[in-house]
Design a protein around this ligand. Structure first.
Ligand SMILES: [Zn+2]
Length: 353
C-alpha cells in the first residue's frame, strides 16, 4: 500500500519536487551492522551484504553529494551545504560492517563515519544484549528455566510470544548489567545457548555479534574511514554527569590513539538523550550528536540533536528514495501542525522536545 503510494508520487513528479523543496537540508543516513549468520535476523540492526551493496550503488548514481560527516556538520552551521547534501553514518562498529560495508563503500568511493562503542570492541566478547535477544527469538516456543541459569527470583518461562521473550530478555540483560562482568556475560551466553539447543561456539567463531577489533578499526582508519564516539559501554547516563563524562573519556581513550586525532562527533547509544546534557556535551568538546529520530536537518536543526534517516533490511528502495528526496519529510511536516492542534502539544513543548 505504502509502496504503491510512493510509486504513484514518484510517477507524478512529487519526488523530484520534494527534492527541490528540501534541497537545503542535510540527510544523515543511519546504518548498523551486517548479518553474518543463517537466515536473516534484524531489520534496522542488520542488513544483508547484498542489500547494503545495492543501496550504496544506488546512492552513487542518485546524484546526492555525499559529504564526510564533519564537513557536513560544519557546512550545515555555515549555511553552505550543497543541494541534497548527504552523510553516511554507521553505528556501533560491527565486525560485519568491517567485512562487508567498508568494501561496498570503497567500491563507490563513498565517505562514512563509524560510531564505535569500545568495551566489547576491546575485549572481543560478543555483544551480550544482542546474543540474548537473538537466542530467545530463535528459541521461540521453547521453555526456559531462568532460575537454573542463576537468575534469582525468576522461574520457568515459555518463549511463546514476543512479549514473553521480551520480558525474559529484560530479566537476563538486567542480570548481566547488575551481576556479571564481560567474562561472566560471555559464559552466561554459552549456558543460555546450550539451554536452548544452539551452538554458542559457532556464533563466536563467525563473529556474528562481535564488534571490530582494535586492529580492524586501525585498518578502517588507514583506509580513510572516520571513526567517532559512541560511549565505552553503549550507554548515556542522563542523570549522572560524572558517569557520562567517564563514558566519553573512556571511549576517547581507546579511539583517539587509533584515529590519531581528537574526536568531536557523537552518536547517542540507543538514541537515548535529553537536552539537559547538551551543555555538558559542549563542555566535553562534542561538536555534533546524532539521534535515531527520523528526519532531515535544516538550518535551524540543533547540532546536538541531529535527526537521521534509518535504513534497514525491510526498507524497500522506493521507500528509501521517498525519505532521501524529502517526500516523507514534507508529509511529516504537513502533519505536524495538525497533530499539534489535536494532540495538545504546545509550541513551548515543541521547542523543548
Ligand atoms: Zn549503538
Amino acid at each position: 500500500m505504502k509502496t504503491r503510494l510512493f510509486k504513484i508520487a514518484k510517477a507524478l513528479g512529487l519526488f523530484a519536487l520534494s527534492r527541490r523543496l528540501t534541497q537545503g537540508g542535510l540527510r544523515i543516513l543511519c546504518y548498523h551492522g551486517i548479518w553474518l549468520g543463517e537466515g536473516h535476523y534484524g531489520n534496522f540492526l542488520f542488513m544483508s551484504p547484498e542489500k547494503f551493496a545495492a543501496r550504496m550503488a544506488f546512492l552513487a548514481r542518485a546524484g546526492y553529494p555525499l559529504l564526510p560527516l564533519g564537513e557536513a556538520v560544519e557546512r550545515l552551521r555555515a549555511g553552505s551545504l550543497p543541494a541534497g547534501a548527504t552523510a553516511i553514518t554507521i553505528d556501533d562498529g560491527w565486525h560485519g560492517t568491517y567485512r562487508h560495508m567498508l568494501p561496498a563503500l570503497e567500491a563507490h568511493r563513498l565517505p562514512a563515519t563509524v560510531y564505535v562503542t569500545t568495551y566489547c570492541a576491546e575485549k572481543q566478547y560478543p555483544v551480550f544484549d544482542l546474543v540474548v535477544r537473538y537466542l530467545l527469538d530463535r528459541g521461540a516456543g521453547q521453555e526456559l528455566d531462568l532460575a537454573a541459569l542463576g537468575i534469582a527470583g525468576a522461574g520457568r518461562v515459555r518463549l511463546d510470544t514476543p512479549e514473553a521473550r521480551g520480558a525474559a530478555g529484560e530479566a537476563i540483560m538486567a542480570h548481566g548489567r547488575e551481576a556479571l562482568d564481560g567474562a561472566g556475560c560471555h559464559a552466561f551466553g554459552a549456558r543460555l545457548a546450550a539451554a536452548l539447543g544452539f551452538d554458542y561456539d559457532a556464533l563466536v567463531a563467525r563473529r556474528i555479534f562481535h564488534l571490530m577489533s582494535p586492529a580492524e578499526l586501525a585498518d578502517a582508519v588507514e583506509r580513510g574511514f572516520d571513526i567517532q564516539l559512541h560511549t565505552h559501554r553503549h550507554r548515556t547516563p542522563l542523570d549522572d554527569p560524572e558517569a557520562l563524562a567517564r563514558e566519553i573519556a573512556d571511549n576517547r581513550a581507546r579511539l583517539e590513539p587509533i584515529a590519531k586525532r581528537r574526536l568531536h562527533h557523537f552518536c547517542y547509544p540507543s538514541g537515548v538523550y535529553e537536552r539537559k546534557i547538551w551543555p555538558q556535551l559542549e563542555a566535553l568538546e562534542i561538536e555534533s550528536a546524532t539521534t535515531i529520530e527520523q528526519g532531515i536537518n535544516f538550518a535551524d536543526a540543533p547540532v546536538l540533536g541531529l535527526k537521521r534517516l534509518l535504513d534497514g533490511q525491510d526498507v524497500e528502495l522506493i521507500e528509501f528514495e521517498a525519505e532521501l528526496c524529502g517526500f516523507i519529510e514534507l508529509t511529516r511536516r504537513l502533519r505536524r501542525p495538525f497533530r499539534r492542534s489535536v494532540g495538545g502539544t504546545t509550541a513551548a513543548e515543541h521547542a523543548a522536545g
